[in-house]
Write a protein that binds this ligand. Structure first.
Ligand SMILES: NC(=O)c1ccc[n+]([C@@H]2O[C@H](COP(=O)([O-])OP(=O)(O)OC[C@H]3O[C@@H](n4cnc5c(N)ncnc54)[C@H](O)[C@@H]3O)[C@@H](O)[C@H]2O)c1
Length: 421
C-alpha cells in the first residue's frame, strides 16, 4: 500500500515548504553528477516498487538525494541523523514532493529516537544510514522491521566502525556498502568538505577571528587533515594531537606542531575534535585550559569532548549566543562549547558545500542501486564501493568541470603490465 506523505509525515511546520524548495533548487543547480544519475534513474526505474528509508543530516543536499532516489521509483521515507542538523523548511518541502518525513529541528532525545524508529516502520527494502543509527535499531530493538531488507549504504567513518563490529560478531544481517571508504567520498567530503564547513560553522557562530589564534585539531585522519589545512590557511598556529604514530609523523611533515593533549590543552584558543572517539578532551584537560577557550566538535557524535566532565567543573552554564554555551568554572575561568558538542558544520551551519556532496551523494545513489542489484550474491557483509562506480563519479565530475585528462596508450599499458621491459 502506498503511503500518503502528507497524511503521515511529522514535521515542524508545513507552511515553510516554499523556503525549503528554494534551498533544494539552489543545491540541485550545483550537483551535476547527481543530476546525471537522476536522469538515468528516471529512465531505468531501478527502485520501482521498493521502499527506501534514509537517515541523514536533513538539509537541502540530502533532500535532493532523497528526490533522486524517489525519481528511481522508490517510496522514500526520511529522518534526521542529528537533532540539530535538521532544517524544518527543507522537511516541509520534501513532504510537498511526496516524501514521507519524520524529522524536526531540535526534538528532545526521546522524540528524536522515536522519529528515527517511525522512519523504519515502513519495513524498508533498502536503507541509507549515517553513523549506524538505523543499523543499531534494526539489529537490537526492532529486528521485526528488518523483514524486507535487502541491504543499504552507510555514509560515515563512525557508522562503518559499528557495522564492522557487528560483522565481527557474526551479527550483521544484510549487506551494507561502505560509502565513506570510496575515494570520491573521504578524499573530498571528509577532507575538503569538513575542512571548509567546520570553519564556516565555527566562524559564523562565534564571529571571531582565527588568524593569530592557536587552534588544536584533535585527530589527523581524513577530516582532521582538512580542518588543520584550512586553519593554517586562515592564519592560525595549528597544533595536532594524535594517538596513531604514522598520522602524527604525517602531521609533523605537513608543518604542524604535534604534542599530547595535556600540553596542547594549555596552549589552545580553539579546539576542534575529529576522531570518531569519545572523551578525547576530558576532566584531565579542562583544569589547564586558558580562560575563554572554545570547544567545537566535527566528529559524528557529541561525545568527543566530555561535556559531563566539563559540567562537573562548572558553577554555571548559560547560553551567551545562539549555539554557544558558556561553562563558568568555579575558579573563575570560562570555557565555551559550540552547538552542544554536535558536529559544528551541520548543527551550526549548512554542512558541506553542494559541489562536495554532489560526489558523496552520487556514490550513495549508485551504491544503493548496486546493493539492490547484487544483494543476493553480496551476503551480510560490509562491502566496498566497486572501483568502477568510484571512477564513474570522478569522470562525471571532471566532465562537469570541463576538465579533460589523458589516457594510457597501448604501449604504456603493455609497459605497465610487464615485468621484463
Ligand atoms: N563533520 C562532518 O561533516 C563529517 C564528515 C565526515 C566524517 N565525519 C566524522 O568525523 C570523524 C572522523 O572521521 P575521519 O574520516 O577523519 O576518521 P579517520 O579514522 O580517518 O581519523 C580519525 C583520527 O582520529 C585519531 N584519534 C582517535 N582517538 C584519538 C585521540 N584520543 N586523540 C587524538 N587522535 C585520536 C585516529 O588515530 C585517526 O587518525 C568520524 O566520527 C566521522 O564519522 C564528520
Amino acid at each position: 500500500m502506498t503511503i500518503d506523505a502528507k497524511e503521515v509525515s511529522i514535521v515542524a511546520d508545513r507552511s515553510l515548504a516554499a523556503e525549503g524548495r528554494l534551498k533544494i533548487d539552489w543545491v540541485q543547480a550545483h550537483m551535476p553528477v547527481l543530476n546525471e544519475i537522476r536522469a538515468q534513474f528516471e529512465k531505468e526505474q531501478p527502485f520501482k516498487g521498493l521502499k527506501v528509508s534514509i537517515c541523514l543530516h536533513l538539509e537541502a543536499k540530502t533532500a535532493y538525494l532523497a528526490e533522486v532516489v524517489q525519481a528511481g521509483g522508490a517510496e522514500v521515507t526520511i529522518t534526521g541523523s542529528n537533532p540539530l542538523s535538521t532544517q524544518d523548511d527543507v522537511c516541509a518541502a520534501l513532504v510537498e514532493a511526496g516524501i514521507t518525513v519524520f524529522a524536526k529541528y531540535n526534538p528532545d532525545p526521546r522524540e528524536f529516537k522515536d522519529l528515527m524508529v517511525r522512519a523504519l516502520e515502513s519495513k524498508p527494502d533498502l536503507i541509507i544510514d549515517d553513523g549506524g543509527d538505523f543499523a543499531t535499531i534494526l539489529h537490537s530493538e526492532r529486528p521485526d522491521l528488518m523483514v524486507n531488507i535487502r541491504g543499504g549504504a552507510e555514509e560515515t567513518t563512525t557508522g562503518i566502525i559499528k557495522l564492522k563490529a557487528l560483522q565481527k560478531e557474526g551479527a550483521l544481517k544484510f549487506p551494507m556498502v561502505a560509502v565513506n571508504d570510496a575515494y570520491c567520498k573521504h578524499l573530498f567530503d571528509n577532507r575538503y568538505g569538513t575542512g571548509q564547513s567546520a570553519w564556516d560553522g565555527l566562524i559564523r557562530t562565534t564571529n571571531l577571528v582565527v588568524s593569530g589564534k592557536t587552534v588544536v585539531v584533535v585527530g589527523y585522519g581524513w577530516c582532521g587533515k582538512g580542518v588543520a589545512m584550512r586553519a593554517k590557511g586562515l592564519g592560525a598556529n595549528v597544533i595536532v594531537t594524535e594517538v596513531d604514530a604514522i598520522k602524527a609523523v604525517e602531521a609533523y611533515m605537513d608543518g604542524f606542531q604535534v604534542m599530547p593533549m595535556i600540553e596542547a590543552a594549555k596552549l589552545g584558543d580553539m579546539f576542534i575534535t575529529v576522531t570518531g572517539n569519545k572523551a578525547v578532551i576530558n576532566g584531565e584537560h579542562y583544569p589547564v585550559m586558558k580562560n575563554g577557550a572554545i570547544l567545537a566538535n566535527a566528529g559524528h557524535f557529541d561525545v568527543e569532548f566530555s561535556k559531563p566532565d566539563l559540567a562537573a567543573l562548572a558553577s554555571e552554564i548559560r547560553t551567551v549566543r545562539k549555539n554557544i554555551e558558556e561553562y563558568k568554572l568555579e575558579d573563575g575561568r570560562s570555557i565555551y562549547v559550540l552547538a552542544e558538542g554536535r558536529l559544528v558544520n551541520l548543527a551550526a551551519g549548512d554542512g558541506h558545500p553542494a559541489e562536495i556532496m554532489d560526489m558523496t551523494f552520487a556514490l550513495q545513489a549508485v551504491s544503493l542501486k548496486y546493493v539492490n542489484d547484487s544483494y543476493k550474491e553480496l551476503g551480510a557483509k560490509v562491502i566496498n564501493v566497486p572501483y568502477e562506480l568510484d571512477e564513474r563519479v570522478a569522470r562525471t565530475k571532471l566532465s562537469a568541470l570541463g576538465i579533460g585528462i589523458d589516457s594510457l596508450s597501448e604501449e604504456q599499458i603493455n609497459y605497465l603490465d610487464s615485468w621484463s621491459s
